[in-house]
Design a protein around this ligand. Structure first.
Ligand code: NDP
Length: 499
């Protein structure tokens, strides 16, 4: 099909979705909030209303949890063989793939990210993630061992589905985050209640439609849109939820951990980051500059694992920062669905103000803006990609998760003192990801060991969604992705049998 025709069809399908009313998926039915309350969803590229969603609260969360519990305990879901769960997940992956352009269009409108990157990164990864989950469904097993030397018995352990899982997702990669949680939970036999972020909830609702269409039993997947402090909080406090899987800010992650103590819910938290990028003098500067500039503009910097603190050896500082500044200032900024856009808007006015606040604070504290630094004068929530040099470790810019296209740079002098370099890199409360550029294998391996991060990316190594992902320190608890992610939705039960 001609690319323009495909784009027109995707846009039309997305508009058809937008024209429908957006309700809550509870027990297999689409229903409004009992109060009739709704929330407006804005297009961040214009600041204008895009859609209205139902504002669910504690009553709707309770109904959704009860539906999920019924589905968990009863046929058909409770009796379904693992291979049948896999078959449903493969069908969901196929359904998403056949509507990938439409979903990408919708997500690009809702979150503002460039349509090409949404289609070829987020949606492509979501399809792969669903297929990975499907492939794991019948491979999550326990182990057996002879429990006594004379063979008087046998012991084994089972991995059972944890039960009802509450899934709370953010707005920066809403479709992928929903799929990354729903897929493994269903693969192992759990049922779920998803609470998408109010700022970008639309593709999660579209996913809910596909889930209903392809034949998942009623109540296996429930979706309650609403405000975090209402619907999200009700879910994390609910006494009949066995696990919460949350992605978002460290602040809310802590409140979820506290709420989970009520009934000792299992918790997976994927939280914020302030990831260092270390560039040693022997690095390939052209490749490094391209990748660093591209990464800080990916999702307009609203990306938990983004490299946001550049630590560069002083001998290459000027050359590297000049190259990065040139790349950043050539990035085409615009609405996500506009042709040629390479970076979209920030998600909301509140987040834009926050980003501008960090740039102003960095500048006031002595960092020097060498590229960008300002709001872009047009409708919507746009900011220039911004590079600040002479940013020191104590600045808020170098400590807090800014969640915008803002890169702070600091230089170090002794390229051989890996302990000192690691100390600089580890000097925040976070530990999600760390990036390293060097051609020296010895330094690469030694630094990888010294960095306090759940992920170390050397020379731009491509991400693999099947690798475990999560944080050290205040970047989270537990891991998502691949087998580790699926295991996190199981409980272990040991069984000993005497002959
Ligand atoms: P939040 O952590 O507030 O939002 C993430 C999710 O949690 C959303 O679904 C939100 O709902 C929900 N939520 C909010 N409050 C509660 C609560 N009390 N109990 C349960 N759920 C809740 O992120 P923000 O949208 O406020 O963004 C602020 C900052 O968080 C960003 O600047 C960034 O630093 C960080 N962040 C990190 C992300 C990551 O990928 N690690 C993703 C998003 C944000 P709702 O949106 O409907 O209120």
């Amino acid at each position: 099909m001609n690319a323009n025709v495909a784009a027109d069809r995707a846009e039309l399908a997305a508009s058809t979705f937008l024209s429908r009313s957006h309700q809550l998926l509870i027990g297999g039915k689409w229903v409004p909030a009992a109060s009739g309350a709704t929330l407006e969803v804005l297009d961040p590229s214009t600041g204008k209303a895009l859609a209205e969603i139902a504002a669910g609260g504690s009553a709707e969360v309770d109904a959704a949890v009860r539906a999920a519990r019924r589905a968990f305990q009863a046929a058909p879901w409770a009796k379904l063989r693992a291979t049948e769960r896999a078959r449903l997940l493969y069908r969901l992956a196929d359904a998403v793939e056949s509507r990938a352009d439409e979903i990408a269009w919708l997500e690009s409108l809702d979150g503002g990210n460039p349509i090409g990157s949404v289609r070829h990164v987020d949606i492509a990864m979501a399809i792969e993630s669903l297929r990975t989950s499907a492939s794991l469904a019948d491979k999550i097993t326990g182990e057996t061992q002879l429990s006594a030397p004379q063979g008087e018995g046998v012991g084994y352990f089972l991995r059972e589905p944890i039960g009802v899982a509450g899934l709370i997702t953010p707005w920066n990669a809403p479709f992928l985050m929903a799929v990354n949680k729903i897929g493994p939970a269903l693969a192992v036999g759990c049922t779920v209640v998803l609470k998408p972020a109010e700022l970008a909830p639309l593709t999660a609702l579209r996913l809910g439609e596909l889930i209903s269409e392809i034949g998942f039993p009623e109540g296996v997947v429930n979706i309650v849109t609403g405000l975090g402090p209402e619907a999200g909080q009700a879910l994390s406090h609910h006494p009949d939820v066995n696990k919460i899987s949350f992605t978002g800010s460290t602040r809310v992650g802590k409140s979820i951990l506290a709420a989970a103590a009520g009934n000792m819910k299992r918790v997976t938290l994927e939280l914020g980051g302030k990831s260092p990028i270390i560039v040693l003098p022997d690095a390939d500067l052209e490749r490094a500059a391209n990748a660093i500039a591209q990464e800080i503009c990916f999702k307009t910097g609203q990306f938990c694992a983004a490299g946001t603190r550049l630590l560069v050896h002083q001998s290459i500082h000027d050359e590297l920062t000049e190259r990065i500044a040139a790349r950043m200032s050539s990035i085409k900024v615009g609405p996500g669905t506009a042709p040629g856009t390479q970076m979209g808007p920030i998600i909301s006015q509140k987040q834009l103000d926050r980003v501008l606040g960090y740039i102003a604070a960095g500048s006031a504290q002595g960092a020097q803006i060498v590229s960008g630094g300002k709001r872009i004068d047009r409708d919507g929530f746009f900011v220039e990609p911004t590079l600040l040099v002479r940013a020191s470790a104590g600045m808020s810019l170098m400590q807090d998760e800014v969640f915008g296209p803002v890169l702070g740079v600091s230089a170090f002098s002794d390229a051989g003192d890996l302990d000192h370099i690691a100390t600089l890199a580890n000097d925040t409360q976070y530990g999600l990801s760390a990036k390293l550029w060097t051609r020296d294998l010895r330094s690469a391996h030694q630094l990888a060991r010294k960095l306090q991060a759940g992920q170390v990316i050397i020379n731009g190594g491509g991400g693999d969604g099947r690798l475990p992902f999560g944080g050290f320190k205040q970047s989270g608890l537990g891991r998502e992705g691949g087998r580790e992610g699926a295991l996190s939705f199981t409980e272990i039960k040991s069984v000993s049998i005497g002959y």
